[in-house]
Design a protein around this ligand. Structure first.
Ligand SMILES: [Zn+2]
Length: 100
C-alpha cells in the first residue's frame, strides 16, 4: 500500500483522489464515485452466504437481489448488500477525509 494512502476499510484506501484496492492496488473509483470501476454482480437473495429465514417477497414488495461490487483485478468483494433491484444508488459508504 502506498505510504500516502488513507485506509478506508479492510479492502480500500484513498490515494489523493483515487480509491484503490489494498490487495492489488487497482484503481476502483474516485472520491465522488468510489466504486466507478468495480464489477457488479447480482444474484438471487437466496444465494447470499447468510441464512435468509424467509423469502424476501414476504417483507418487501419490490424485487430484491444480493448485490456485490468486486475489485476488477483480484475479485475481492468491496461491497455486499441485499437491495431492491431498482435501487442502484444505495451505496452506503461516503468518503469524507478531513484534510489537515
Ligand atoms: Zn484488488
Amino acid at each position: 500500500m502506498n505510504h500516502n494512502a488513507v485506509r478506508l476499510d479492510d479492502n480500500l484506501c484513498l490515494v489523493t483522489d483515487e480509491v484503490r484496492c489494498v490487495h492489488c492496488d487497482t484503481r476502483v473509483g474516485t472520491r465522488t464515485d468510489w466504486l466507478a470501476r468495480a464489477l457488479f454482480v447480482e444474484r438471487p437473495v437466496e444465494q447470499a452466504q447468510v441464512r435468509v429465514p424467509a423469502p424476501p417477497q414476504l417483507f418487501v414488495d419490490a424485487p430484491t437481489a444480493f448485490r456485490q461490487a468486486l475489485c476488477p483485478t483480484c475479485l475481492t468483494a468491496l461491497l455486499t448488500e441485499v437491495v431492491a433491484i431498482a435501487d442502484a444508488g444505495s451505496r452506503s459508504k461516503r468518503i469524507e477525509v478531513n484534510e489537515p
